[in-house]
Design a protein around this ligand. Structure first.
Ligand code: SF4
Length: 806
């Protein structure tokens, strides 16, 4: 079939589908229940035809694979790895991508616009027209702003809904809820040391094969980020020694040379034991330390503050922004006097005791040594559950058998209140051992962004200056607990439950709002609480032949060959335009995805020579996929880590800005709830941990029937704990603590240590027999978090529970 024929066929199909979708709409409203034969529109036009489309898939998994979709009779029928990407290693996709052929057509898609007819939380709706739905939302948001001020409207996007833009937030100058509170726990400790975004590694994951040692720290890419299994397995085949630190015997642990079953929430104690072994055995890389770290900087012993120049200013060493301060000083061994840290003629001392202006001073390195002297390996072993010789051996291997990588997960250890201490400790280990800035060495989350390939430069659609997101005086996760002026909310996706430590608190707060509307794909947990619900379409569907333009894996990808939105759903852009039109502002937005794509690519070769030849027409001619030059494992030459995005451009290991809170050095502290000596353990003796699964990204993909084997919800329990409670695989069990409870199906699983439970991350409330996983999770906030770059983290895993047969 010719391209013209394909296009014509598609267009005639689109015309027919409009009527069919209308008919389905009524069924969908009744069902909020299932509709039955969702594929009827395609079948009704069952002209035998087939075409292929390519698109960039999820970013929520931090990857963005290119998917090749076979569209047969206007139904997406086969999804496979792209054959248009530059080489094979960029063309792996995971189960979630393949499974879209089921997920897109789920019975649990929201099919029509609806308004609430029952109480909030009851989930009773009736169908309304798009016109009524849009007008209701637009009027209510504006009314709230007229009554309570601009900041009274809260608009938040969750990537679950695949929404691409912030236009509505900006048009209303709405509150977007500030800090996320997730996935940045370790980054709060790593950022001040290496630079704010350094939890994304600065080197390619494809260099893993150049590493001699790889530590998977609370990361399970073989299950949770499957496409990143390839570089890890390449490394294994090349002879790298892989150590997996995880409370659970994961898929990654099974492939590792060594599994260290750390006690939940105590990873920092293990890393600090390694630090002690490194420093006391002299295994640190002094050349790297002197050239690239703050270790020689002087500190006032009395005040704990850095000793700084009175004449030369430098940025304040805090990641939250502040007035400039004096530049750091070191002790010059040539002149035997303080000197500027970056004076090339100076030969700094790494250790020593001096007096400056009558004050006793020493170096950061001396303070690190002293602090480590107060720790014992017995303490590290007892706290972490890993014996001390194993800790010393791992330190030896990491420091002396490089290049070495520490690959961190954004779940697991990241979701405890003490995650910043872990991040700071690991940053110190990396810096002292010099395992950074060379092939096969690095630190960060090696799964996607940053561990990838070069990013493309594209134009960003900017609204006039007066349209911008408003202030967010209270983070969304604090709204149930902190007085605020939010009266109306619109969320794209289920932000309210996904980003809440204790979801019931959040949903109870949502009930108090004057108005709440949600745009979503599926019946996610927050939908039942909305006054108006709009059906969004998936990233495979669009009113146009093209959709998003994105870059990932060193490629620029324009989704084309889209299928028509199913049911009465609409694309992100059209929903935003409809809302904007109610306020007379739609002309500020792109009219179509094509207009946006053309604008994004306009003249970019002048900004970035690597974009030469990547035009809208060229992308269409190439199936929507074009590679950037230098894609591959050589895109990052050695030595690129010689400059760090810190105030002094070196790795800064002494957090002066936290010295008043006793955390200038990463002083160990127990997690908020999950620690051995917690008196609560008498009542709630089990550590409740959750993590990512191969089937879902957070709750997303819950609505796929093919994944129902992991739907559960299913709680994994060690045989000893199950036996003690008379629990067998398949039993319904109640998981509970003071905060609440939920019912799940037990799976007795030998991969767990006694005393530790595991569950795949949350799924929509409708799939639970009773309760909801986030009824038991912890919403505690660490006070010092408020002075950190990413703010306090929600400690989802910092949880103790008990389990009983339901
Ligand atoms: S890793 Fe899986 S979910 Fe993520 S973009 Fe690739 S195929 Fe999609």
């Amino acid at each position: 079939m010719s391209e013209t024929q394909k296009t014509l066929s598609r267009r005639s199909f689109l015309k027919g589908t409009g009527a069919a979708a209308g008919a389905l709409g009524l069924a969908g409203a009744a069902g909020v229940a299932a509709t039955g034969n969702l594929l009827a529109p395609a079948n009704a036009h069952a002209e035998s035809e087939e075409r292929v489309a390519h698109l960039c898939h999820q970013f929520h998994c931090l990857t963005g694979c290119n998917l090749k979709c076979t569209i047969r009779d206007e139904k997406i029928s086969i999804i496979e790895p792209s054959d248009l990407v530059k080489d094979k290693k960029h063309s792996t996709i995971c189960l979630r991508g393949i499974n879209e052929v089921d997920h897109i057509y789920s019975e649990d898609r929201i099919k029509v616009p609806m308004k609430r007819v029952g109480e909030r939380g009851e989930g009773k709706f009736e169908q309304i027209s798009w016109d009524e739905a849009i007008k209701t939302i637009a009027d209510n948001l504006k009314e709230a702003q007229q009554k309570y001020g601009e900041g009274s409207v809260f608009i938040r996007k969750s990537t679950e809904a695949g929404i691409g833009f912030d236009f509505i937030t900006q048009l209303l100058r709405a509150d977007s809820g500030g800090n996320w509170g997730l996935d940045r726990g370790q980054a709060n400790g790593l950022g001040p040391a290496f630079g704010p975004w350094s939890y994304l590694p600065n080197r390619s994951a494809w260099e893993m094969k150049d590493a001699a040692t790889i530590i998977e720290l609370s990361h399970n890419p073989l299950e949770s980020a499957m496409v990143w299994s390839r570089p890890l397995m390449d490394a294994k085949e090349a002879g790298a020694y892989i150590v997996c630190i995880d409370p659970r015997f994961t898929g990654t642990a099974a492939k590792a040379n060594e599994w260290l079953p750390v006690r939940p929430g105590t990873d920092a104690a293990l890393i600090q034991g390694m630090l002690k072994a490194v420093v006391e055995n002299g295994w640190y890389d002094e050349e790297f330390v002197m050239a690239h770290t703050s270790c020689p900087y002087l500190v006032n012993r009395t005040t704990g503050k850095s000793v700084r120049s009175a004449e030369v200013v430098a940025p304040n060493p805090t990641v939250v922004g502040a007035e400039e301060v004096g530049a750091p000083l070191v002790w010059d061994t040539v002149t035997n006097a303080p000197a500027l840290y970056d004076n090339p003629d100076v030969v700094p001392a790494l250790e020593g005791e001096w007096t400056v202006d009558g004050q006793p001073v020493t170096t950061e390195f001396a303070l690190i040594k002293e602090w480590l002297g107060t720790l014992t390996l017995d303490w590290a072993a007892e706290t972490s559950g890993i014996d001390k010789q194993t800790i010393v051996d791992l330190a030896d291997r990491y420091a002396n058998n490089g290049p070495a990588i520490i690959d961190i997960g954004l779940g697991g250890a990241d979701k405890y209140t003490n995650a910043d201490v872990l991040g700071h400790s690991t940053a110190m280990l990396v810096a002292l051992c010099g395992q950074y800035g060379k092939k096969g060495a690095g630190y960060g989350s090696y799964c996607g962004l940053g561990a990838n390939d070069p990013a493309a430069t594209m134009n960003y659609w900017v609204l006039p200056e007066e349209y911008h997101a408003g202030e967010s005086p209270v983070a969304m996760y604090d709204m149930p607990y902190t007085p605020n002026n939010i009266h109306a909310a619109l969320t794209f996706g289920d932000a309210f439950t996904l980003e809440a430590g204790a979801a019931q608190d959040m949903l109870n707060w949502v009930k108090t709002l004057d108005f709440f509307a949600i745009v979503d794909l599926y019946f996610s947990s927050a939908v039942d609480y909305a006054d108006v619900v709009l059906p969004a379409c998936t990233k495979f569907e669009c009113e146009e032949n093209v959709k998003q333009l994105r870059d990932s894996m060193g490629h620029v990808m324009l989704a084309n060959g889209m299928v028509q939105p199913l049911f009465e759903s609409k694309s992100d852009l059209q929903i935003e335009r409809l809302l904007a039109a109610q306020w007379g502002l739609e002309d500020l937005l792109p009219k179509t995805y094509e207009e946006l794509a053309r604008f994004s690519l306009e003249g970019v070769a002048e900004l970035d020579p690597r974009m030469e030849g990547i035009t809208y027409e060229a992308l269409l001619a190439n199936g929507g996929v074009m590679a950037l030059p230098e894609t591959g494992d050589d895109f990052m030459p050695d030595g690129t880590a010689d400059f760090f995005l810190t105030p002094s451009t070196r790795i800064e290991l002494y957090f002066e800005y936290l010295s008043d809170q006793g955390q200038a050095l990463p002083v160990y502290e127990d997690a908020n709830e999950a620690y051995e000596a917690n008196p609560k353990k008498a009542t709630y003796p089990l550590y409740f941990t959750q993590g990512k699964s191969r089937y879902r990204i957070h709750a997303y993909y819950s609505a796929s029937e093919w994944f129902q084997e992991d739907f559960g919800p299913r709680i994994n329990i060690a045989p000893e704990d199950a036996e003690a409670r008379g629990i067998a695989t398949g039993d319904d069990v109640r998981v509970f603590n003071d905060r609440g409870s939920f019912v799940a199906t037990a799976l007795v699983n030998r991969s767990l240590q006694p005393g530790v439970l595991f569950m795949a991350e949350t799924t929509y409330t409708r799939y639970y027999k009773d309760g909801f996983l986030q009824n038991v999770t912890n919403s505690a906030r660490l006070e010092r978090g408020y002075s950190m770059f990413f703010g306090p983290q929600i400690p989802y895993n910092d949880v103790l529970v008990e389990v009983e047969k339901a």
